[in-house]
Design a binder for this molecule. Structure first.
Ligand SMILES: [Zn+2]
Ligand SMILES: [Zn+2]
Length: 340
């Protein structure tokens, strides 16, 4: 079956390939690497939204959600080598204060005790007196170069261990979600397929994997910073791009601000008036054109399609109320009608 693949390089359209074979060929030529390797990159890329980096360039691979979901199921059901790998990793709270570390950083450097790679998911089992799976993280760098590792001594409870930790190899992960439920206690894990104890990192499969995954439904880092929110739009089933590409396009953004100014067009806040020098020129830009109106070859009109809004109003525009987004006018109304 032909699966159209869009390749995006640094937010710009690079290729639209009619199928994965063509995409792999084009990419192999562009990057001078082998076609089978490109096949794997593209598959993992469109199924799990894992970008590929070459020096400072970011490549993203996009297929329709339906296609990606279907392929994902196939990969995971067959334990395919491109299936995202899921790990259960113990963390000893007497050695390292993971909870505090997470409340300070979005990403942490962690001992590379297995051959982790970018895109892997780790469920952190907090041992000792807690004995529960508590956190979900995603590997963002399989191997961190030694001179880039952050050795944060403050979270180490055990000095001896901290000294040892300087000899380790590291990977980097980002925090995704946390839960605190007795359903994920050691006892329950054993009832759902865990054999023995959790001594070191172990790959999760089958019932235990599905059981643990079912408790983690959110990405707590998503949806709070609209500038980073990626909404997908589909043009037929041919292509998917992220709409906030338009909000971040520097030229369109500048044209929009030149026209409207830097005042929030919903609540009127002006950051320079409010905060002085530090607020000068600061504003978000929101893309207002409805996704279903966007057609192939669409070029953003910075005045019709974009509007300057403050981060608060912007966040509200990206939230839904009863499944619908509020328009600029509706949000203005809302500010006037909600009791002060
Ligand atoms: Zn505002
Ligand atoms: Zn927006």
């Amino acid at each position: 079956m032909a699966i159209p693949i869009t390749i995006i390089k640094n937010d710009n359209l690079l290729f639209e390939a009619i199928n994965i074979q063509e995409a792999a060929m084009l990419l192999a030529e562009a990057l001078n690497i082998t076609i089978p390797r490109c096949n794997d990159l593209i598959e993992r890329g469109y199924v799990y939204n894992i970008p590929y980096y070459v020096k400072d360039d970011e490549y993203r691979f996009i297929a329709s959600k339906e296609v990606a979901d279907k392929r994902r199921k196939e990969l995971e059901d067959n334990n395919h080598h491109n299936a995202r790998r899921i790990w259960l990793v113990p963390a000893n709270p007497n050695e390292y204060d993971l909870e505090s570390a997470f409340s300070r950083y979005e990403t942490l450097d962690w001992k590379r005790s297995c051959n982790y790679e970018k895109g892997d998911i780790l469920f952190m089992y907090v041992s000792d007196n807690i004995q529960k799976v508590r956190y979900k993280v995603e590997v963002i760098e399989g191997l961190v170069r030694t001179n880039n590792v952050t050795y944060d001594s403050v979270f180490w409870m055990d000095d001896e261990k901290f000294k040892q930790s300087k000899e380790w190899k590291y990977m980097r992960f980002r925090f995704v979600d946390e839960v605190d439920t007795d359903e994920l206690s050691l006892k329950k894990l054993r009832e759902h397929g865990l054999k023995g104890n959790i001594q070191g990192a172990m790959k999760l499969t089958g019932e235990l994997r599905n059981y643990i995954m079912s408790f983690f439904e959110h990405d707590l880092t998503e949806g709070y910073y609209p500038d980073e929110v990626s909404q997908t739009l589909e043009e037929g089933k041919r292509k998917t791009v992220t709409v906030n590409v338009y909000e971040r396009n520097p030229i369109a953004r500048k044209r929009c601000i030149d026209y409207y100014g830097v005042q929030c067009q919903v609540c009127d806040v002006d950051f320079e008036n409010k905060y002085g020098e530090v607020g000068k020129g600061f504003i978000h830009v929101h893309h207002i054109k409805p996704l279903h109106e966007i057609q192939q070859g669409y070029i953003v009109d910075p005045i019709q399609d974009l509007i300057p809004v403050c981060p608060n109003c912007h966040a509200m525009l990206h939230r839904q109320e009863n499944g619908r987004y509020l328009s600029i006018e509706q949000l203005k109304e809302r500010i006037l009608t909600v009791a002060k």
